[in-house]
Structures are given as C-alpha cells and as structure tokens.
Design a protein around this ligand. Structure first.
Ligand SMILES: [Zn+2]
Length: 455
C-alpha cells in the first residue's frame, strides 16, 4: 500500500464519518487501511510531512490513538471506533447490518434490550458509538447515549446482553450575580448564565418579583447547584438562595427543608409562596393592562378591558396561578377556549383565548398552583397569541396587579435556629459576589463577552 492510497483512505474515512457511517465491505477496506496507515504515519514524521498528511486534530477520538482513552468503560485504543449520530428515520438494524450483524442477531438484541431500553426510542441526532476489533468482522459493542446522564451498552457477542449505565453526577455549589440590562433572559445569557438558571431563579422568586416589570439596573445574586458529569457542566440543580433588588426593594428567597416541608422563605422565615402566582405564563410580556376605558383593537370602540393580556408564542404553557377546582373549560365566540378556576369562596381566575386545554383538564378537575392547564392561542376575539387573564374577587373582575395578599405563616420557633444558620451562611457567600461588566478593552484579544462575578 502506498502513501497516496493511505491518504485517500484517510480522507474518505473522515468525509464518510461526518456524513454517514461507512457501509459494508467499504468499511472493512478503509478500516484496515486506516489502521495500518495510522501506525505507519505516526511512526514516520518525515514521511508524513513530505506528503502533507495532516490528521484533523479534533477528530482523533475516532482513531486508535496513542494515549489510552477510556470511554464507556472501554479502552478505545484497542478498538476501531465509529462515532456518529442517529440519522432521521434510521433504525438500530440499519446501523448494525452495516457492521456485519445478521437480522437474527438484531432481533435477539432487540428482545434482550426490552427490559432495559426501548430501541424504538432511539432519537435522531443522538450519539452512538460502534466498537469493532476488525471492521470486516461483526462489531463487538454498540453504545447509545439517550442523554448526558446515561448510556446503553449493547454487547454484540456472546449472550448479547444490553446494559444501561448511569453516569455519576457531581454537584458543586456556585454563586452568580448580574444586573438587568434588557430582558432577564438576555441579561442572564449575555452574562454567561444558562437559560435554565434564569428559569430556576424565576421559580424561586415567582411569588414576590413581578418578572414582567423588571427595570434596567435591577440586580440579582444567586447561590445554586451546578451539576457535572465527567467534569462537564450538564445542568442546574436547586437555587438555594436568591436576592433580587429592584429600586429600593430587596427580595430574598432562601431554600429550606426541615424534612417534612421544603420551599423558599424570606429572611424572617416566612414562606415566599403565596396563594397566587404573579402571572399565568412565563417568558411573556404584558400586551394590554386592566383598563376600564380601553379602545378595543378589533371592535374599534371603547370598552372596559377587565383582564391583563400576556403575549407569548402559540403553545406556551399556561399555569393555574393558584390551586382550586376548574368550574369551566369551554368555548364562547368572544373568549375562545377558556378555563375558569374557583380557588376559594372569594377568588376565581379565568384564562381566555387558549389554543387548547392540557390533558385531563375539564370542569371538576382539581389543580395545584403552577399546574399546566392549557396552551397559549388566539381563539375567540384575539388579534394574536396571548392569554387574557382575569381575576375575580367576590364575583367582580378586578386588577390582580394591584392586589395584595396577607403573608403566610412563618416557620415554627423550632425551625428558626437551623433556618437562620443556613440563611446567614448563604448571605455570607453572596456578600462579595459582584456582577462584572463588559469593559471595552484596548486589548484586541478581549472577546467582549460579559462575565459573571463568580468568586
Ligand atoms: Zn384581554
């Protein structure tokens, strides 16, 4: 075999790998050539230079490589490794037939997999790896990764076992701080925080901070759990403490769990959770306020608007703002699909123009605060997708944004010492956390990406 053909094989291998997994006997030929080519060129730098072979560095993981590489519990160096993602419409059989398994083998494997993993749930775009000793022979292992937390190993030899392996998750407590520049989402992502963290901060503060009225210059600080798998950040766990400062007001949410109950409390140990959420949809904006003298955009005359409109994309989940019983889930030409919930003797809430109701939602259903009851739409008299949210007090429609509810009962005396200790510990952690801003630097290499004030 000459160097030119090695190089061609090499290039064809990589081209193939990016697009689709290699097929049939071609796989065998190139696999063998590649294996031979690797040892040859890596031992012969002079020759490599003279013909200009330069292996694409970021893809070396796919080759039998010099340093031992452990993945999925296998020393990858001892195998030929084919990594790819599931293509749309591809089945396990499509992949395994190319690696010399028979239909009979595949059927047995599928049946062995049943108690562990449903192979019909393999999704396009997810990663898989095939390990083979010699690609002219039947492959030895097929590994599928449904998510970063676990992988499924299909043993293609012997008993053809299928096992699922859960990767250990480690958690680290982190702190962050930010200043609102535009929307919460933009601020958080601009300052290097994840969408998920923004979402969890909103969950912690949803009863006290009206996230539809954030002001430029508002500040927040967070203590939260960052989850890691194999050293990589994979998600956000719990937000343990949050401080939100808007104008003169400061809101605190401290997570506390006494073994029986858990939730967010303010500095005095009063639950943050009140009877009603501030809004029935997240990630929305108020497009029209409660207004007793509003010019109607469709009817073209003045008539009272007894609700607050939250504009959000079609299909955005709508939550029950408080627990209660659904007393109507129906349709009228003006309201479109709507739901009305009775919370207690005094309060009811109503949600109009829904695209549809959530599963199991009908008159008589009991719902808890935060349960999804339906989805944003524009049914009935509506110009675009939004929820018209109406708050009823003693049979009258009132402006919920101006209502104040009495605070809930604080933690018991018995809980206070432990709670205070935890609270002070979080406050101490947050004391010196400061948001950092983008500073236009003279250094041309500065990326201009805002950084978060991690200590
Ligand atoms: Zn409305």
């Amino acid at each position: 075999m000459n160097l030119k053909s090695l190089r061609q094989s090499f290039n064809r291998f990589y081209t193939g790998k990016r697009k689709t997994i290699l097929r049939g006997t071609l796989t065998g030929l190139i696999g063998t050539a590649l294996f031979a080519g690797w040892w040859f060129s890596s031992d012969s730098n002079g020759i490599q230079q003279s013909v200009g072979i330069e292996p694409p560095k970021q893809e070396l993981g796919a080759l039998p490589i010099v340093q031992p590489t452990l993945k999925y519990g296998f020393a990858l160096d001892t195998f030929q490794v084919f990594e790819n993602t599931i293509h749309s419409g591809a089945f396990l059989s499509d992949i395994l037939l190319r690696h010399n398994l028979s239909y009979v083998d595949i059927e047995r494997l599928a049946s062995n997999a049943k108690p562990v993993f449903d192979i019909r749930k393999m999704q396009a775009g997810k990663s898989y790896t095939v390990l083979t000793k010699d690609s002219t022979q039947r492959a030895e292992y097929f590994i599928y990764e449904p998510n970063v937390y676990e992988y499924v190993v299909f043993h293609l030899q012997g008993d053809m076992e299928v096992t699922k392996v859960e990767r250990p998750i480690t958690t680290e407590t982190k702190t962050s701080a930010g200043v609102i520049e535009s929307s919460l989402w933009k601020t958080m992502t601009d300052q290097g925080m994840s969408f998920e963290l923004a979402d969890k901060m909103e969950d912690a503060l949803q009863w006290s901070v009206d996230f539809h009225h954030l002001q430029k210059g508002d500040e927040f600080k967070l203590v939260y759990d960052q989850k890691f798998v194999e050293g990589k950040e994979v998600g956000v766990g719990k937000v343990s403490a949050a401080i939100y400062k808007t104008g003169e007001k400061e809101y605190y949410a401290i997570f506390y769990d006494n073994g029986k109950e858990s939730g967010y409390y303010n500095l005095e140990g009063r639950p943050m959770k009140t009877s009603f959420l501030k809004a029935p949809v997240k990630y929305s904006r108020i497009s029209s306020y409660y207004n007793l003298n509003r010019f109607h955009p469709i009817l073209k005359y003045h008539r009272p608007h007894y609700g607050t409109d939250y504009a959000a994309p079609y299909g955005t989940p709508i939550m029950a703002v408080g627990s209660g019983t659904i007393i109507a889930a129906s349709y009228t030409s003006g309201n479109g699909n709507f739901i009305k919930i009775r919370h207690d003797e005094t309060y009811e809430t109503q949600y109009l123009h829904m695209q549809g109701f959530a599963k199991g939602i009908h008159a008589g259903t009991h719902v808890n605060q935060g349960d999804i009851i339906g989805y944003v739409g524009s049914t009935g008299l509506a110009t675009g997708p939004h929820v018209c949210f109406r708050f009823w007090k003693n049979g009258q429609q009132v402006n919920h944004l101006s209502l104040n509810f009495p605070p809930a009962e604080p933690l018991s005396e018995a809980d206070m010492p432990a709670f205070s200790q935890l609270r002070d510990q979080y406050l101490e952690m947050l004391k010196n956390v400061e948001p950092k801003f983008v500073v236009e630097s003279e250094d041309a290499d500065t990326s201009g990406v805002a950084r978060v004030g991690n200590p």
